[in-house]
Design a protein around this ligand. Structure first.
Ligand code: NAG
Ligand code: NAG
Ligand code: NAG
Length: 392
């Protein structure tokens, strides 16, 4: 199958080891033991590739010590077969997906010092424990997707110094203890999509200088600490689609220093006010950031703008919306305008043209600064009332 490395070498010495090992096991005379390649598994190239997928494997399975690739997926396992794995010092790939493993014993993989790929997805693991990573210093790729993890603990990943891909998607992760990723200085891909993360605390990704892909799609993220992405100097993809983000600071994303980081931000309940629009406009103008799905970013609040693309909402719409929306603002606006028109009618006072102009300017200034008035129409209205011409 794919992923199995082909070697022409038949390794007679290893057959001998296996034969010896089987003989010892048989001499011990335990009737419960299963002998992988003799009974239930499909073995290739001698015993380098052992495939027990689909077989119901017992905890006492005896595996050839030469095994380099072992497929124990879909094998009805309820725990990591620690005893069977103990002697597999040459194991490089271990597949344990689609079983019923719910917890981890102490240092479950301690003897697998050559392992570089471990797949435990689709199990029922709720917690990894502190010694999960012990022994796995050469692990390159780890998949823990589709489990029941709720918290990533400080020590669970501490020995993964060479890990490059970590897949934690579709768990129930709602918290990441500070420092949980601190050993993963070589990590390039981190898949955290479809979890329950609500905040990204400051420093959570701080050592991940080699991270290229960070997928946070489908979480509950609402709060993002400023600077949380600041150390990700190699990031090329940041996916924040389907979260609960209403607002974001310009600086938070500007901190990404990689040329050409693609950022995905749709399907968030964006609160479309002038600030947000400014942030997006600025982000859009930063050449190193690529807002791939910006045309599809839609507003959720305020209600009148719901489902409208942020890009199509012009500043003056936002301005006139805020004027319409708040009756308080409306009243204030009415007061302002009548005050303005009073000073603007020629017959009102004996005021000179220039002092009238000055008053209009100051009113316009106040109105411009007030959140309810950004629209030219309203300013235009004031100026039309004014006897002395000119445009704002
Ligand atoms: C193991 O065998 C199963 C079916 O028997 C097959 O689907 C699977 O791809 C094999 N595993 C590998 C890694 O080749
Ligand atoms: C995941 O969390 C949700 C709510 O937080 C809960 O209803 C669900 O049962 C959890 N799922 C698992 C597999 O633990
Ligand atoms: C934007 O939405 C359209 C229509 O739903 C879709 O075809 C397109 O792929 C989306 N673009 C991006 C970049 O998500």
């Amino acid at each position: 199958g794919p992923g199995w490395r082909h070697t022409g070498d038949s390794r007679p010495k290893m057959y001998f080891h296996y034969a010896l090992w089987l003989w010892i096991a048989l001499c011990l005379g335990d009737s419960g033991v299963q002998h992988a390649c003799q009974e239930i598994c499909f073995c290739k190239q001698g015993t380098l590739f052992v495939n027990c997928s689909g077989a119901s494997v017992s905890a006492d399975l005896i595996l050839p010590p030469e095994t380099e690739h072992l497929d124990l997926s879909n094998s009805n396992l309820h725990s990591v077969p620690r005893r069977g794995l103990r002697l597999l010092r040459r194991l490089q790939v271990l597949l344990l997906s689609s079983n019923h493993i719910s917890g981890m014993e102490q240092s479950p993989f301690i003897s697998l010092q050559r392992l570089h790929k471990l797949d435990i997805c689709k199990n029922e693991i709720a917690s990894l424990g502190n010694s999960f990573s012990v022994g796995l210093i050469f692990l390159y790729e780890l998949t823990l997707a589709y489990n029941r993890l709720q918290e990533l603990q400080y020590q669970s990943f501490q020995h993964f110094e060479n890990l490059q891909k970590l897949n934690l998607q579709n768990n129930n992760i709602s918290s990441i203890q500070a420092g949980a990723f601190r050993s993963l200085t070589r990590l390039r891909q981190l898949c955290l999509q479809h979890n329950h993360l609500a905040t990204l605390q400051s420093g959570v990704f701080s050592v991940l200088q080699h991270l290229e892909v960070l997928n946070l799609e489908g979480n509950w993220i609402k709060a993002i600490a400023p600077g949380v992405f600041a150390s990700l100097s190699r990031l090329t993809v940041l996916n924040l689609v389907h979260n609960r983000i209403e607002r974001i600071r310009f600086k938070t994303l500007l901190a990404l220093q990689t040329p050409g980081t693609r950022i995905f931000l749709t399907h968030n309940p964006w609160y479309c006010d002038c600030d947000l629009q400014r942030v997006f406009a600025k982000l859009h103008s930063v050449r190193s950031l690529i807002l791939d799905d910006y045309p599809n970013v839609t507003c959720n609040e305020p209600p009148v703008l719901r489902s409208l693309p942020l890009l199509s909402v012009e500043t003056h719409q936002l301005g006139s919306f805020y004027e319409q929306e708040s009756s308080f603002s409306k009243t204030v606006f009415a007061v302002y305008t009548s005050y303005a028109s009073f000073f603007m009618t020629p017959e009102s006072t004996g005021a000179t043209d220039s002092s009238r102009q000055m008053r209009i300017r100051s009113i316009a200034f106040i109105l411009k600064r007030s959140p309810m008035l950004n629209s030219r129409e309203q300013l235009q209205f004031l100026w039309e009332k004014a006897p002395a011409g000119g445009t704002p």
